[in-house]
Design a protein around this ligand. Structure first.
Ligand code: KG4
Ligand code: ZN
Length: 344
């Protein structure tokens, strides 16, 4: 019996977005909808796992319905169901995985578990032709990594963060500055008001391997705030001297520092992979226009293509999950109802 594998329904619930997408082989994305939980978490300065899982439970059915409606297909038309099964928050992943298993158990359709990080890596290939081999810099709130990508589905990690992710550093500094979660967009806005200048020269990571480390940067910003009389360590309070103008200088210095770290890392890695044809920049932090411009300039100097997905495909979404599931399905690489979480 041949398995139909034309229409994929994908579900993503690894963190704080409940997302669903319908993808058609040979056609592309037919729908891509999500509910963002940002408003539920913003008073806490980060994602609260318990709140995240409960919200996924509430939204998973309506969001899936919306994705089917927007794609003008019914559940019966779906050939394969896919779901992110890691890495991510266990309670959040479980909602998506249990829901998808229930759907395929009822409909008797195949299931595919997708690695969230692989989905980010190939998000650049969804709507555009990306040459191989290329380097992929994937940066979000949960991870920061560099990959050498040889073909669709064929990739190797060549460097990753040893502690915090770069997005996490942005979110934590934003929290120190009493700015709302997530920190990235507001940090970009403040930094653009002072033209992305480097005011405070925060330390660039000294790592000479392709790995990253951002926890020291966050601490360096904290001690620099204290030194400038803007933060009181004993009470853990931001002081009134931290005006909006001052926060903009911190935000701008931080972004310039991150841009320098990324470019230095690419320079280091490029020596070992001189045959690459492009650099892709993916993940939520790749929404940042300043960082895109900096990496683009780095590539132009070396006559390399620079490719970043459109913003709604950079931050978490289910279209990237569907894209991976589609190339797996075309190779008949299915999972079954024993599908489990892969947290790490
Ligand atoms: O990929 P994503 O949506 O979720 C994770 O898998 O973590 O990434 C979220 C991260 C957050 O740290 C957020 O602050 C950051 O992406 N981010 C940005 C921007 N928009 C979102 N960072 C810098 N500039 C932005 N415009
Ligand atoms: Zn992500």
């Amino acid at each position: 019996m041949t398995i139909k594998k034309n229409i994929i329904l994908a579900i993503e619930t690894s963190c704080d977005e409940t997302a669903a997408s319908v993808y058609q082989d040979g056609v592309g994305i037919r729908s891509n909808v999500l509910f963002s939980q940002i408003d539920l978490h913003k008073n806490y300065g980060g994602v609260v796992p318990e709140i995240a899982s409960r919200s996924h439970l509430e939204k998973i059915i309506p969001i899936t319905r919306q994705a089917l409606e927007a794609a003008e297909v019914s559940l019966d038309d779906v050939d394969v169901c896919a779901v992110t099964n890691g890495p991510g928050l266990p309670g959040s992943l479980l909602v998506g995985v249990c829901f998808t298993k229930a759907v395929v158990a009822c409909l008797g359709k195949p299931i595919i578990g997708v690695n969230h990080l692989e989905a980010h890596v190939f998000s650049s290939c969804i709507n555009q032709q990306v040459p191989f081999p290329h380097l992929c810099l994937s940066v979000s709130g949960g991870h920061t990594a560099l990959y050498i990508v040889n073909a669709i589905g064929n990739y190797t990690v060549i460097g990753q963060t040893l502690d915090d992710a770069a997005g996490e550093a942005l979110d934590k500094v934003a929290k120190l500055l009493q700015l709302p979660y997530p920190g990235g967009p507001i940090i970009e806005k403040l930094a653009s008001a002072v033209n992305f200048q480097d005011f405070f020269s925060y330390p660039r990571s000294k790592l000479t391997t392709p790995d990253f480390s951002f926890s020291g940067l966050k601490t360096a910003v904290l001690y620099d705030l204290v030194k400038r009389g803007a933060y009181e360590l004993t009470t853990q309070r931001l002081l009134p001297t931290a005006t909006t103008a001052f926060k903009a200088q911190v935000a701008s210095s931080l972004l310039v520092c991150l841009g320098d770290i990324f470019k230095d890392k690419l320079t280091l890695v490029y020596k070992n992979y001189p045959h690459i044809k492009a650099v892709t920049f993916v993940g939520g932090v790749a929404c940042n226009q300043y960082l895109r411009n900096e990496l683009n300039a780095w590539c132009t100097q070396r006559e390399l293509l620079f490719i970043a997905p459109e913003r709604k495909l950079c931050s978490d979404n289910a279209a990237m999950i569907a894209f991976v599931a589609n190339y797996r399905a075309q190779q008949n690489l299915f999972d079954d109802l024993n599908l489990d979480l892969k947290i790490l």
